[in-house]
Design a protein around this ligand. Structure first.
Ligand code: UDP
Length: 471
């Protein structure tokens, strides 16, 4: 019988790559399972440049990286609205190479784990008769809205009739009374549903439930009701998150070094840790919009004035290229902003985010509500102010604000007065209330990956099932 061999293929973006590498490392700890991890050349080069991934994974004789081209020109920034091109590039250029790897007779994979957006994988898996597990690295609550789209379109909920985005949306089981139009994925704000992204996510919804199983980076206590909805369509669900916490727990339980690890595709500025450690407990607002989101120059200045006017200390990640048009105008920053920032701010280009959120001085996180950032904040018990940018982030921020009560949802607003008010509310007026709620959820997250916890058990079951998937 062949050794279990898992072929893993993430969507080549920071968040999904980070998640899948964590899963790969967890599987590698089981020495019987062979892993082949497919990176695009662009992502692989950046991981080699900025992390110790080569050394870290080099320790596992049962692990290997392979690289494939992504079909995009080298100078494409691969951020913001480029996602569509990235997905198309993978489909056209990388997927035939993926197919070759699946069909090979030499050390053929016995299980495929790929991003949920890769609809091309299902027919390949069927043809090769190899079990396929889709790993959707966005939140199940966001993914659930994708599955609801055909019915929402059929019922005439989308496209929206009229301009009022506060109207509640009907027709999403498990989400009744929660979702307003503005909380649906950003692409639902369209006058025409016949657009590539909507067609693609509808296709994704139809494909994922045909896989042998679905892997989610979440935990039962956070998204139990939505996970039950998924189980009705696809009984084999593995909710194994938060993955970064699961990873730490496994390393400690095996008495392996549990030092901070990074899967960053940007160079981390670790000097901010010293700065953070000089600030009082729970006094600093961490501000970051992740690896893909952008903001206009006007929004950037509203943020800056809002932060400075709130009198709060802040650590702000200004990722190169994330502020559209700023490069042309770098010398025009008002002196008052520069001076106030010197007093109580720290600006960097990329943070060791998991480490930052774990520092005692962090009091809250102003985030774009990417799913990884949301989970990282939850684990560290850090309340959030959410400023979602696109796709799934609109749903995540609604859940943070309205369902989980872990912070405030600032979506669709970007003015200095609101920013100042929300920062004061989370960092001062309702600080204790938010911190207590965040601590409660953090305890549940940590318990879920502890021995016997729901995510711990699901990971065990996943590993056991993979071991049995032999040809
Ligand atoms: N991240 C980081 N440093 C930063 C900003 C982000 O390491 O300065 C990491 C963060 O910890 C998270 C990932 O980048 O794991 C971003 O993923 P997320 O799903 O939150 O958002 P995306 O970047 O996909 O929009």
């Amino acid at each position: 019988m062949a050794v279990p061999h898992v072929l893993i293929f993430p969507l080549p973006l920071q968040g999904p790559v980070n998640c899948m590498l964590k899963l790969a490392e967890l599987l590698c700890l089981d020495k019987e399972i062979q892993i082949t991890f497919i990176n695009t050349e662009y992502i692989h080069q950046r991981l080699m440049n900025y992390t110790d991934v080569e050394v870290r994974f080099g320790k596992y004789p049962n692990f290997k990286f392979v690289t494939v081209p992504d079909g995009l020109p080298e100078d494409n920034p691969r951020i913001g609205d480029q996602i569509r091109l990235i997905i198309e590039g993978v489909e056209e250029v990388s997927s035939p190479l993926f197919k070759e790897m699946v069909m090979t007779t030499n050390s053929a994979p016995t299980c495929l784990i790929v991003d949920g957006i890769f609809t091309f994988a299902l027919p390949i898996a069927k043809e090769a008769k190899i079990p396929l597990l889709y790993f959707d690295t966005i939140s199940p609550c966001s993914l659930w809205t994708y599955l609801a789209l055909p019915k929402l379109i059929e019922d005439g909920e989308i496209p929206f009739k009229g301009n009022d985005l506060d109207v509640l949306v009907n027709g999403m089981p498990g989400m009744e009374g929660v979702m307003r139009r503005r909380d649906l994925p950003s692409f639902c704000r369209t006058p025409d549903v016949d657009i590539p992204i909507i067609k693609h996510v509808i296709k994704e919804g139809k494909h994922i439930v045909q896989a042998q199983g679905l892997i989610f980076n979440t935990f039962e206590a956070l998204e139990g009701p939505i996970l039950s909805q998924f189980r009705a369509l696809c009984p084999n669900i593995y909710a194994i998150g938060p993955l970064h916490t699961q990873m730490k727990a496994k390393l400690s339980s095996q008495r392996l070094p549990n030092t901070p690890t990074s899967n960053s595709i940007w160079k981390e500025d670790v000097s901010c840790i010293d700065w953070l450690d000089k600030q009082p407990n729970k006094s600093v607002l961490f501000v970051s919009i992740g690896s893909l989101a952008t903001m206009s120059k006007a929004q950037f200045f509203e943020f800056w004035y809002g932060l400075v006017n709130s009198d709060t200390r802040f650590l702000w990640v200004q990722r190169p290229g994330s502020i559209i048009g700023l490069e042309d105008d770098n010398n025009n920053v008002p002196m008052e902003l520069v001076e106030s920032t010197k007093e109580r701010g720290c600006i960097i280009s990329w943070a060791p985010q998991e480490e930052v959120l774990a520092r005692p001085s962090i009091g809250a996180f102003l985030t774009h509500s990417g799913w990884n950032s949301t989970l990282e904040s939850i684990v560290e018990g850090v309340p959030m102010i959410c400023w979602p940018y696109f796709v799934d982030q609109q749903v995540n921020s609604r859940y943070v604000g309205e369902v989980w009560k872990l912070g405030l949802d600032m979506k669709d607003v970007c003015d200095r007065i609101t920013i100042e008010r929300m920062v004061r509310e989370v960092m001062d007026v309702k600080k204790i209330e938010f911190l207590e709620r965040a601590k409660y959820m953090s305890d549940l997250a940590i318990a879920s990956v502890g021995e016997g916890g729901s995510s711990y058990q699901d990971l065990d079951r996943l590993i056991e099932d993979i071991r049995l998937m032999r040809i």
